[in-house]
Design a protein around this ligand. Structure first.
Ligand code: TRP
Ligand code: ZN
Length: 473
């Protein structure tokens, strides 16, 4: 059976593990320091499922991360230079950072006072930041980055592999390897430079701008020019075979495979090209300047992740999984939910992309797959009625089957109600209107009603927000 991400829940991982990101965390509000009416920025953006994530009072426009990692000692040295704009007058502001030692911090190149509490790092600049002002914050840090265990038992953050490590960030783990505004609502560009022992490769998002070996260490400089949510940032360090090609539209493609997983890249580069070309025909223009994927060897991970421009796989993927993760480049990476409760905008859509692919490639029709889910005969359908897709009850359940399978069923019901032509117009308009930005379910419903001219209230009430299994129509 292909390892499809019907949900990320690990078998038997029902025990409640305390989430590092959700626990503790002093919200010490610093007293206003100088400035006129400048106050402390909030320690969270108010995400209903993850209240501590992200920070208030500023918008990041770009991250410049300079990292140095030695697998043998597990030592990471980092400098994060963050360019941001104050959205109100700030006497201090928060960054999210889990573990690691902060050696030094500056704001606008002047020393800033630092305080730590839980996963909050507070910087107090020498002078308050006026509203609207663009500023840079630099944090120099080091240590052995942590692996986080999510409430559902899965691992994320910084994870060691047999030949290196990988940084994975959904939903909270990016703060284990760099400080930032760790919430999908604040997207930014990234420049990530990673230095590793010679012989190892450091793969990251975007395009490789430079590769240079000096004194037994190699630096890989990666650039992501389109806005990216922090949870989609990655660095994969280890031994990789790399093959660079281009897609049908001439988009540069970088495929990195762990030689212990497959003997050379094999069919993967062609497969990526086929899938990207089909998804471009189905959904509209590919949203980024490059594509590809990373196949690592991390058999205990149990999931893949749609890291921007290069999805990450814990082992050699099957075709459906490649279709799923590359579909996320449109749904999730380019158009990103503003809050985690809207995760079905990622997973329902990427799952429906698999159904459309199967329908277009001599498999079951989407209607047949829908029926198999409805009847419970598809083995990805276990648990899909547990809660409504647009309302995960707790953080622990944000990647459970209703968000995937039943999310895809919502889209299929919509397609049957408005017809193919309007349905694909809706998808393409959605992708165009919110390209490289954030969106939410309310906007999606409004778009569906506008394009179809229909009142779809009942459909969404029953399929997206209704408890239990809807009656067969
Ligand atoms: N988004 C991943 C996928 O497509 C699955 C996943 C990995 C995930 N980590 C997660 C989902 C954390 C929710 C939360 O398949
Ligand atoms: Zn997914």
């Amino acid at each position: 059976m292909p390892a499809r991400p019907s949900s990320r829940a690990l078998p038997g991982a029902l025990l409640l593990v305390l989430c590092a990101a959700c626990s503790g965390g002093a919200d010490a509000q610093d007293p206003p320091a100088g400035g006129h009416g400048a106050t402390a920025g909030a320690a969270g953006v108010g995400d209903t499922l993850f209240p501590k994530l992200g920070n208030g009072g500023y918008d990041v426009t770009g991250y410049r991360l300079t990292l140095d990692y030695t697998p043998d000692s597990r030592h990471l040295k980092g400098t994060a230079r963050i360019t941001a704009r104050a959205t109100r007058a700030l006497s201090s502001f928060h960054l999210d950072l889990a573990g690691l030692r902060v050696r030094k911090a500056t704001v606008n190149d002047r020393p800033a006072r630092t305080a730590r509490g839980g996963t909050e790092l507070t910087l107090t600049p020498a002078a308050a930041l006026p509203r609207g002002r663009t500023f840079t914050a630099t944090v120099v840090y080091d240590g052995a980055p942590k692996t986080l265990t999510d409430p559902d038992g899965s691992k994320e953050g910084w994870i060691e592999t047999d030949d290196g490590a990988v940084g994975l960030g959904e939903p909270t783990g990016s703060m284990t390897w760099f400080p930032g505004n760790n919430h999908p609502s604040d997207k930014a560009t990234y420049d990530i430079a990673v230095t590793v022992p010679k012989g190892l490769t450091a793969v990251s998002n975007g395009e490789l701008k430079r590769q240079e070996t000096n004194g037994g260490r190699t630096t890989f400089q990666w650039h992501t020019g389109e806005p990216m949510a922090g949870y989609l940032a990655t660095v994969a360090i280890g031994r990789f075979d790399v093959q660079t090609t281009t897609t049908g539209d001439g988009i540069p493609q970088y495929v990195a495979v762990d030689p212990t997983e497959t003997d050379g890249p094999g069919h993967l580069p062609d497969q990526v090209t086929d899938v990207i070309d089909w998804e471009t025909r189905t959904f509209g223009p590919y949203p980024f300047s490059s594509t590809g994927l990373i196949v690592d060897h991390l058999p205990d991970l149990g999931y893949a992740l749609e890291t921007q421009t290069k999805p990450y796989f814990d082992g050699a993927p099957d075709e459906a999984l490649i279709v799923h993760e590359l579909a996320h480049q449109w749904f999730g990476d380019s158009v990103t939910p503003r809050a985690w409760k809207d995760m079905w905008l990622n997973e329902g859509f990427a799952t429906y992309a698999e159904w459309l692919w199967e329908e277009d490639h001599d498999g079951r029709t989407a209607q047949e797959i829908f029926d198999d889910f409805y009847d419970g005969t598809d083995d990805e359908s276990d648990g899909i009625w547990d809660f409504p897709p647009a309302a995960p009850p707790t953080a622990r359940r944000v990647s459970d089957p209703p968000v995937y399978g039943r999310g895809a069923m919502v889209l299929h019901k919509l397609r049957r109600t408005v017809g193919d032509k309007t349905f694909f117009t809706i998808l393409r308009t959605w992708l165009k209107d919110h390209r490289h930005a954030n969106a939410d379910t309310r906007r999606f419903i409004a778009l569906c009603e506008r394009k179809s001219g229909k009142d779809l209230g009942h459909l969404f009430e029953v399929w997206l927000y209704g408890d239990g299994k809807p009656k067969k129509p």
